[in-house]
Design a protein around this ligand. Sequence first.
Ligand code: HEC
Length: 169
Amino acid sequence: MAHGYPTDPVDEDLERSTNKVMAVGAVLLVAMALAFPVYLQFEPGARADSRADNVTSLANEGESIWSFNCSSCHGQDGGGVTAPALNSKQFLQEATDAQARQLVAVGVPGTQMSAFSQDFGGPLTSEQIRAVITYVRSWEDDAPDDPEWRTRPLAAGSTSATTTTTPEG
Ligand code: HEC
């Protein structure tokens, strides 16, 4: 009568191997739990790095677009020749990227600032406009303070044509 389940050798083997599987599972679980914070620590950095790489290559592309399409009026360094100084703190802090892209796309009617988007008969794709504004934005960190960023270059641009013929008052 005393023989019963606990001494059954098959059951003991089964129990041992089940314990082993559970132990391995527990070790793996702990390993994953430990590894996850490490992963979290590196992953956002990796993503920020590739974001920064993207911005850099977009700005590089934007620089040559700037040289060909914008620098004759706005200056190679953005300081303004016959058009506003876009490298100024005033412009860069006032305008969002979206506003600047929009303005470059449609232009300013009635001024020298023409529409640059191909949608409006200009030469640039929206990706190229994004690139050139990314380049302009890259000046922001050491942008000069230039309160007359908008008026001074425009006045300079009209000097030769109008100063001699415009009486004061
Ligand atoms: C033929 C000259 C000329 C060229 C080329 C030119 N611009 Fe302009 N741009 C102007 C003038 C002039 C204005 C000022 C318009 C006004 O009176 O509001 C202006 C204004 C702007 C403004 C708005 C500044 C503000 O007042 O807020 C932006 C942004 C701008 N230009 C970007 C560009 C970019 C980017 C390019 C090249 C893709 C470019 N411009 C090419 C003449 C030019």
